[in-house]
Design a protein around this ligand. Structure first.
Ligand code: NAP
Length: 490
């Protein structure tokens, strides 16, 4: 065991179903590995359809009592959960770093970030308003009220093991829904620890159910939720391909979906930008989590007049990043999640170089450090023909493209099926307004690289999905509107 926790009981190896910690029905397990070393951290339940069904049964049994609680009572439980998450930051961050590889300081940041959604939605729980519709006919009263959607299935990726699931569970519980959850195969331990803290906070049995599964078994388990008409909503964060699959497969029972999918974010630096600020913004947006975030700039468009200067400033900063295991307090870039991720990064960089890109810094695996490390990389002279242009690299690679005009930068930025985040730097106010409107993205960073906040509506357009997480809009995804027309009042 590689972990040193203050509270060992937070390292859960079983599923939480109906308030009980249980093994998979068939007793199967799979191993969760540390991406820095390949060492095994824990054996966890390898759930199947039978476990998914048991979780849905538990969520259905708990649903009525939970939705009938006063919003204030649900809020009180969420506040206690928030306090427990914050109080156990060190353990949650240690578990997260160990299973996901992100540096400890970043993991602590993610705990605070994920917890902020719980606090936010605790407050929002008490603000679920309806409408009294202005009278249209004598003797009739028309009202619109908001009701919880019912059972929610939450499916999350490995890159933010805590924040992604917290920002689904918190609004669902606030709205009065019950939840069945499945984190990614690689990172179930943080989600299970979070569920343990929810239980400790007083979330009643069956209101939150969490199960772990390896990839193949997980597909079957989720398949059971997709086909079960008691599950009324799927909230998913992950790749566009899987999002489309879930939309197709859940059509049989016409579920409501929230899909937070892949991105291919452009980052534009205009001639009139504050270059130092643009470098700082790019470092924050690009190299967080080793470049493994959906809002990471994937294509960096730099106007011709400042290209060389910007490339020089950026390469100096990127070359100085400290690559180290999560346990090193100085680490800024940890290992990538697994061998598949490293292979993809390597393939993208080799492809770019073979097509004329110039490596300004990095450009290689760091095999001497371990199996999953890659040197933070800046590539100049990137072009549209390269893989880095059309696929998410999901690693610490910054390809720079030269452009001449504003119109060209907008056209290139929008020339993708994706539309999650987009960033640009300019000091011209009129350009700021024009470009903000022209970019096809759900989230725009204008002279800002750090855009995430629990108070902001996060989500994409085009093939980056639909639905919003965070802010007052985030609750809407878990509510349906009921119109009540009352007659006989005259
Ligand atoms: P992924 O392969 O789509 O997996 C996401 C989740 O879906 C995991 O729990 C995964 O389980 C599960 N899953 C995979 N195939 C499934 C299937 N056929 N049926 C049911 N469940 C299935 O994505 P990923 O590689 O883990 O995450 C990276 C992607 O997520 C990137 O594209 C990134 O941009 C996107 N992302 C988007 C946001 C956003 O807010 N828009 C945030 C973070 C990440 P297994 O782990 O067992 O495969």
């Amino acid at each position: 065991m590689e972990l040193k926790l203050k509270r060992e009981e937070l390292l859960r190896r079983q599923n939480l179903i109906g308030g009980e910690w249980t093994d998979a029905v068939n007793g199967a397990h799979y191993s969760v590995a540390n991406p820095a070393t390949g060492g095994i951290i824990a054996e966890v339940a390898n759930s199947t359809k039978a476990d998914a069904r048991a979780a849905t049964d538990a969520a259905a049994k708990a649903a009525d009592a939970w939705r009938e609680r006063l919003p204030r009572e649900r809020a009180e439980i969420l506040k206690r959960w928030h306090a427990l998450i914050v109080a156990n930051t060190d353990d949650l961050a240690a578990i997260m770093s160990m299973e996901q590889g992100k540096p400890l300081a970043e993991a602590k940041g993610e705990v605070a970030y994920g917890a902020s959604y719980v606090a936010w939605f605790a407050d929002e729980a008490t603000r679920i308003y309806g409408d009294l519709i202005p009278q249209q006919q004598r003797g009739k009263q028309m009202r619109a009220i908001r009701e919880p959607m019912g059972i929610v299935a939450a499916i999350t990726p490995w890159n933010f093991p805590l924040a992604m699931i917290a920002r689904k569970i918190a609004p669902a519980l606030a709205a009065g829904c019950t939840v069945v959850g499945k984190p990614a195969e690689d990172t179930p331990l943080t989600a299970l620890a979070l569920a343990a803290l929810a239980q400790e906070a007083g979330v009643p049995p069956g209101v939150l159910n969490m199960l772990s599964a390896s990839r193949d078994q997980g597909i079957e388990a989720v398949g059971d939720w997709l086909a079960d008409d008691r599950v009324r909503k799927i909230t998913f964060t992950g790749s566009t391909a899987v999002g489309k699959y879930l939309a197709r497969e859940s059509a049989g029972t016409l579920k409501k979906l929230s899909l937070e999918l892949g991105g291919n974010a452009p980052f534009i630096v205009f001639d009139d930008a504050d270059l130092d600020a643009a470098v700082v913004g790019l470092m924050a947006a690009k190299f967080r989590n080793g470049g493994q975030t959906c809002v990471c700039p994937n294509r960096i468009y730099v106007q011709a007049g400042v290209f060389d200067k910007f490339a020089e400033l950026l390469a100096a900063r990127v070359g100085a990043l400290k690559v180290a295991p999560a346990t090193d307090p100085q680490a800024q870039i940890g290992p990538m999640i697994n061998a598949k991720a490293i292979d993809k990064i390597d393939r993208h960089v080799n492809d770019a170089v073979s097509k004329g890109a110039k490596v300004l810094t990095g450009g290689k695996r760091l095999t001497e450090m371990g199996p999953n490390y890659y040197a933070p990389t800046v590539l100049a002279h990137a072009t549209n023909e390269m893989l880095v242009t059309c696929e998410e690299t999901f690693g610490p690679v910054a390809p720079l493209y030269r452009f001449e005009s504003e119109e060209e930068a907008i056209r290139l930025s929008n020339d993708t099926p994706f539309g999650l985040a987009a960033y640009f730097y300019t000091q011209d106010m009129r350009r700021a307004e024009r470009v903000s409107r022209a970019l096809q993205a759900g989230v725009v960073g204008l002279n800002e690289g750090a855009v995430a906040s629990e108070a902001a509506p996060f989500g994409g357009v085009k093939e980056s999905g639909y639905g919003r997480e965070g802010s007052k809009y985030g609750l809407e995804d878990y509510l349906s509107i009921k119109y009540i027309c009352q007659g006989g009042l005259d």
